[in-house]
Write a protein that binds this ligand. Sequence first.
Ligand code: AMP
Length: 142
Amino acid sequence: MSTHYDTQNIFAKILRGEIPAIKVYEDDRTLAFMDIMPQAKGHTLVIPKAEAVTLLDLSADDAAYTIQIVQKVAKAIEKALDTSGIVLMQLSGESAGQTVPHIHFHLIPSSIHELRKHAAEMGNQEEIKATAEKIKLVLEQL
Ligand code: AMP
């Protein structure tokens, strides 16, 4: 059984354009944008546009497509920020610590041993925007 989807969740609002986001990639099925409380510089989120709370609620087709975009954005992050190593994180369900009930993949260019605390502290939004511009530039060439 799928989890009830709350259409008022913050990522649904971002998808509808009701609140702003620092976007780096968008197509008809997915959106990638910067995390406002980054656990490392370059922390990016990739979400399918389909209404799904956890990985278990997502169709196999959307899961397959979204992971391709995750891979594309990961490549762009590494190139744009000249880093290697990305922590790919996906929290499915409140019990796992999920705070926003619309499925998302975290791409965090860092080491698991060096991550800042999860969803804890606002980042410097100007710095995040500048990082996003670098990632966008590479994505436009991929
Ligand atoms: P999770 O706990 O896996 O559901 O992660 C939710 C993530 O969304 C956290 O890393 C938050 O920092 C991030 N977040 C919350 N609100 C926003 C927002 N308005 N724009 C971008 N990221 C957000």
